[in-house]
Every structure is written in C-alpha cells, then in structure tokens.
Design a protein around this ligand. Structure first.
Ligand code: C2E
Ligand code: CA
Ligand code: CA
Length: 371
C-alpha cells in the first residue's frame, strides 16, 4: 500500500512527457526528457523529496518514509541506458551516504554547479525586485578634440552581501532566463532619468549608449516603453543610442529590422556592438537602419603590433566610411592603440586609456569639470 501511494504521489508531480517506473523493491526510476538546464533536475528532485516527506496514513498507521535520489545525464555522463542507470544508482548511494532525503548528481561538479545556478537565479530574481543594480558610465571621447561625445551605461549588481558583481557574472544567466528584459528596462529608466537630470543642470553628457538585448526588442510593447521614457524624462531622442551586439542582430535579422526602423523613426540612434565578431554580411549591413559601428575590443587589444588585427581594424574603418556610418573603438588602453586609430581615421574612442566606467557621482564631477 505504501508503494502504491508513493507511486501515485510521484506520478502527480512529473510532467506528461516524463516516464516513471518501479524497477525493483523500493527503487523507482524517472526519465526526464527535454531538460533545458541541469538545475531543472534539482528542482524536480526537491519536489520529489518533499512529497516523499509527507506523512502516509494507512489504516490507523501514520508512516514516514524518506528517499535518496541519484541523477545521471544523457549524454554528458553516458549515452546508453544501462550506463545511465548504473551511474544514477552510484549517485543514489552517494546521496544515501550524505544522509537521507537528499539528491546527488553522478558528476560531483554538476551538483555544485546546479545548486549554484539555482541560488543565482533566486538571487537575481530578488535583485530585480529590490533594484540592487547600479549604473556605471563610461565616457566616449572624440580623440582629436578631447571632447566628450557620449556615455555608455553599464550595469553592475550591488548584492547586499556578495561582492560587487560584473555583467559577465550574471548577464548570461539573465539572458537565458529572460530576466534581462527587466534589467534592461530598469537600466533604461534609470540611465535616462540620470542623463536628463545632467542636461537640466546644464551639463553635456552627449549621447547615452544603452545595451539592449534582442529579447527586449522582441517584446511587443518595447517601442511604447521607450516612448514613455522619452516623455517622462523629457528626453531628446537624439541623446539616445541603443547598442545591439552584432551576434544577436544577425541571428534574428528579419524580425529585428522592422523594430529597428521604428526606433530609428523616433530619432534614436542604433549602433552595432562588438562589431567584427558576428560575421554579418555586407548586404545585411546595408539594410539595417544603423548609424554606428563599435569595433570590438578583441581587435583593439593587439594593435598596432598584430598585423592581422591591424588589417581588420583598417578594413572596418574603410567599411564604415563607405557605408557612411559613425565609428567608435572600444577597449582602447594605450596611446599606441589610440594613435593607430586616429591615424587611420577612427576618431571616437572609449576605453581605459581615457576613463574606465565610473559611478554616476564621479561622472557628474567629470562633466562639471568639462563645462
Ligand atoms: P560591452 O557592451 O562591449 O561593454 C564594454 C565592456 O568593455 C564593459 O565591460 C567595459 O567595462 C569594458 N571596457 C571598456 N573599456 C575597456 C578597456 O580599455 N579595457 C578593457 N579590458 N575593458 C574595457 P562590462 O561593464 O564588464 O560589461 C560587459 C558586457 O556586459 C557589455 O559589453 C555588455 O555586452 C554587457 N552589459 C553591460 N551592461 C548591460 C546592460 O545594462 N544590459 C545588457 N543587455 N548588457 C549589458
Ligand atoms: Ca555596449
Ligand atoms: Ca562591445
């Protein structure tokens, strides 16, 4: 009776496409198909353990059982059913050793990885609700006049107990889970409010560069959201430039093109970020309503010594000229890199050579000094 009751509980939790079987005695096997992320297995394992932990009432007896779960992955751990079962079994014994009511992955690093990702997801969700983000601004400089022409807004995560987190540590997860949309919207509101404030103070931050995920463009109300911000913050559209990476732009070019035209019609600039890494075709470039290319940092790093990179940078400069597009180089750290760029006709520069991304207060001080 206990086994029957447990089977029923397990069956109630799993999805239509999963397979549940009782292999022997008190051992069950569950096959999860179409698993998106390893931590989805953790989530299910938690649910299974919780349902097992509930009291079982049979006649006048109240019983408690516990479970141990082992998890193996196809194809990472094994590609045949027999080995997958064997490895899940091994993992289950590991779980038993750890004390009952727990689960283990066959590959130990998977356990740590999945737990970490689950914790990060929860933290990120909370961070969005509690607005734990901070914007740093990086100046963009016209190297021939030394004038500030714009600022790029870059997100940082100021978690109350963890160290300050840089985008590389959470943007990929945010992209994958779709949470990037909310982060980018927060960035848009906050940065536009800030920059418009600076303009009101008589300062001149130039054009605000905002990084926009394609996931964000996909939202039907995206244009409306932008328009609302423009109105609310009294923001001149020509102060705004949206940066979309080349890789993201070409992946969904057809859908994106229409949206970009709408943005462009509002008078907002569009630049292709990380240009040179995404293999876009010249015919696509011609059709995109863009006004700027941002030469990716990886090409700047080794100029002028690396002949190949120097050649690529010169080619991008020539390309921008013939397509009549603005150009900016990012990640410029040395005077040699700067001089090379200027001498070949790339005047706008962003990089540590001038200033790294800085907090809003520091940015304001810089603007005051530039007045
Ligand atoms: P990105 O858009 O290419 O931004 C430029 C990155 O280069 C920034 O890194 C910046 O700090 C760094 N950088 C600037 N100058 C130099 C330099 O001279 N040397 C070196 N080594 N690095 C330099 P960061 O802030 O870590 O951002 C990384 C990426 O995260 C960004 O790359 C962007 O793709 C993404 N990201 C940042 N903020 C946002 C955001 O609000 N929304 C979205 N969707 N993505 C964002
Ligand atoms: Ca960018
Ligand atoms: Ca970039």
């Amino acid at each position: 009776k206990v086994l029957q009751l447990i089977s029923k509980r397990l069956r109630d939790i799993i999805r239509e496409e999963d397979t549940l079987a009782r292999l022997s005695g008190d051992e069950f096997t569950l096959i999860m198909e179409e698993l998106q992320h390893p931590e989805d297995a953790s989530l299910l394992a938690d649910k299974l353990l919780n349902t097992l932990a509930e009291a079982i009432v049979i006649d006048e007896h109240k019983l408690y059982v516990s479970g141990s779960i082992g998890i193996s992955f196809y194809p990472q751990d094994a590609v045949d059913a027999q080995s997958l079962l064997k490895y899940a079994d091994t993992a289950m014994y590991k779980a038993k050793e750890e004390g009952r009511n727990n689960y283990q992955f066959y590959a130990e690093e998977m356990t740590a990885f999945a737990l970490n990702r689950m914790a990060m997801k929860t933290n990120l969700r909370q961070a969005i609700d509690a607005e734990e983000f901070v914007i740093h601004y990086q100046p963009q400089i016209n190297a021939s006049t030394n004038a500030l022409v714009g600022v790029e807004a870059l997100v940082r995560w100021a978690h109350p107990t963890m160290d300050f987190l840089m985008p590389d540590e959470f943007i990929p997860l945010a992209e994958e889970t779709g949470m990037i949309v909310e982060i980018d919207q927060w960035m848009m509101r906050t940065a536009m409010k800030q920059v418009s404030q600076w303009y009101k103070e008589g300062l001149n931050p130039g054009v605000l560069g905002l990084n926009i995920s394609v996931k964000q463009l996909d939202k039907i109300d995206f244009i409306q959201k932008v328009e609302t911000c423009l109105k609310r913050y009294d923001f001149d559209p020509k102060w705004l430039e949206l940066e979309i990476t080349e890789g993201q732009m070409i992946k969904k070019s057809e859908e994106v093109i229409t949206k970009l035209h709408q943005i462009n019609n509002l008078g907002i600039g569009i630049s292709i970020d990380d240009f040179g890494t995404g293999y876009s075709s010249l015919s696509l470039l011609k059709r995109l309503p863009i006004n700027r290319l941002k030469i990716d940092r990886s090409f700047i790093e080794d100029i002028p010594d690396d002949e190949e990179d120097a050649g690529i940078v010169k080619a991008i400069i020539a390309l921008s000229k013939s397509l009549k597009l603005d150009l900016i180089a990012e990640g410029v750290e040395t005077s040699e890199q700067r001089d090379f760029l200027i001498s070949h006709g790339c005047i706008n520069i962003q990089g540590h050579y001038y200033t790294p991304p800085i907090a809003a207060e520091e940015m304001r001080t810089m603007l005051l000094n530039h007045k």
